[in-house]
Design a protein around this ligand. Structure first.
Ligand SMILES: *Cc1c(COP(=O)(O)O)cnc(C)c1O
Length: 362
């Protein structure tokens, strides 16, 4: 591979588009004629204003969102959003619905409960080790929001379609499938994504919030934990993670100009996932762990006939130039994360390797 790079199937931080990395490299010592690196310029400079404004504009265009929504770049990762969401949106006595589809939903629920918020877990797939996305969920009409995790990075499941919550806005953790497909933004009050899975490096969490929800922010929160602090200052109340935001700008540019938008990206992601799942299903050797109608197009989780073979598979794959195929430490097995930046050729190469491994060990 070019630059001696591996076939990167890491779950996060994860692969970024090579043209983006090359552009960063090429302009790293002298950003736009400033004579400084992007990591050395002031966040109050015109150079950085252009970066953050372009990142926001491209995000808006890709998702087709209007000025009723604000696009924010926050720190503390998706994990801080687990706490900020109930803190900002649930006034005393107000409740929200949560659907538990795995590790990250469980953490979101935990953080709301720590604050003593009377949230309701309206559905869970814990009974089957989170291998599916629940259906026919009894959402409450008086909930302030309904929280879901659109893609479950660790369990390998994904909401193929978003649930009908009536007039209640959906709040979604989209850390591991944000910008992988178009989304019906009108159903959402808030969407958040730690950048390091699909849109950039670690260190920033992108939050899109509707103005109706912004109005709910109470006055007595610590300044940094209020959404309104960040929305009124264009995410520059304090020093933002400039380098991470710059990378996101370039990823959004790649999505718009090289890929051609989210419909195109979704078609590519579908073809990539089909290639891997169809091969797995054609064998008795590799078994997907998610139920077929709940499978993730981003994180393909699978098992081999036993744990010794799984260890051998990961070791031989690593030696052959594949990275990140070990499952999450909490679930074991194997996982191939195939985010936007993973090229279909890498997946074909992986399938070829998997065929050889199954032939030798099956
Ligand atoms: C990785 C991940 C998180 C945690 O993100 P941090 O930015 O590390 O806090 C939360 N939710 C999902 C779905 C994830 O994949």
């Amino acid at each position: 591979m070019k630059h001696n790079r591996i076939h990167n199937f890491n779950a996060g931080p994860a692969a970024l588009p090579l043209p983006v990395l090359e552009e960063i490299q090429a302009s790293f010592l002298n950003f736009k004629g400033s004579g400084m690196s992007i990591t050395e310029i002031s966040h109050r400079s015109k150079w950085f204003d252009d970066v953050i404004n372009d990142a926001v504009e491209r995000t808006r265009r890709l998702l087709k969102i209007n000025d009723q929504y604000q696009v924010l770049f926050l720190q503390g990762g998706a994990s801080l959003q687990f706490a900020m969401i109930p803190m900002n949106l649930l006034a005393p006595g107000k409740s929200a619905d949560y659907v538990n589809t795995g590790t990250w939903s469980t953490n979101a629920i935990k953080e709301a409960k720590i604050q003593g918020k009377p949230i309701k877990v309206v559905a869970s797939s814990e009974d089957k080790n989170f291998s599916y996305i629940p259906k026919n969920i009894p959402f409450n009409a008086d909930a302030v929001y309904a929280h879901i995790t659109s893609n479950n990075t660790i369990k390998g499941t994904q909401w193929a379609e978003f649930p009908d919550t009536g007039r209640v806005p959906i709040v979604s953790d989209m850390s591991s499938d944000f910008m992988s497909r178009p989304i019906p933004m009108e159903k959402f009050g808030l969407v958040y994504a730690g950048a390091q899975k699909n849109i950039g490096p670690a260190g920033v969490c992108l939050v899109i919030i509707h103005n109706d929800l912004l109005e709910l922010t109470p006055a007595d929160l610590p300044t940094m934990l209020k959404y309104t602090t960040h929305s009124t200052k264009n995410s520059m109340y304090n020093t933002p993670p400039c380098f991470a935001i710059y990378t996101i700008q370039l990823v959004m540019k790649w999505l718009e100009e090289t890929i051609g938008g989210l419909d195109k990206m979704a078609a590519l992601n579908q073809a990539k996932a089909d290639l891997l799942y169809n091969y797995m299903d054609s064998t008795g050797f590799y078994k997907g762990t998610a139920q077929a109608d709940s499978r993730s197009q981003m994180n393909v989780t699978f098992r081999l006939p036993n744990e010794d073979l799984e260890k051998k598979f990961v070791a031989e794959a690593t030696a052959a130039g594949f990275g990140g195929l070990k499952g999450h430490r909490s679930v074991g097995g194997c996982r191939a994360s195939i985010y936007n930046a993973t090229d279909i050729n890498s997946i074909q190469t992986l399938v070829d390797f998997m065929k050889q491994f199954a032939a030798k060990n099956g």
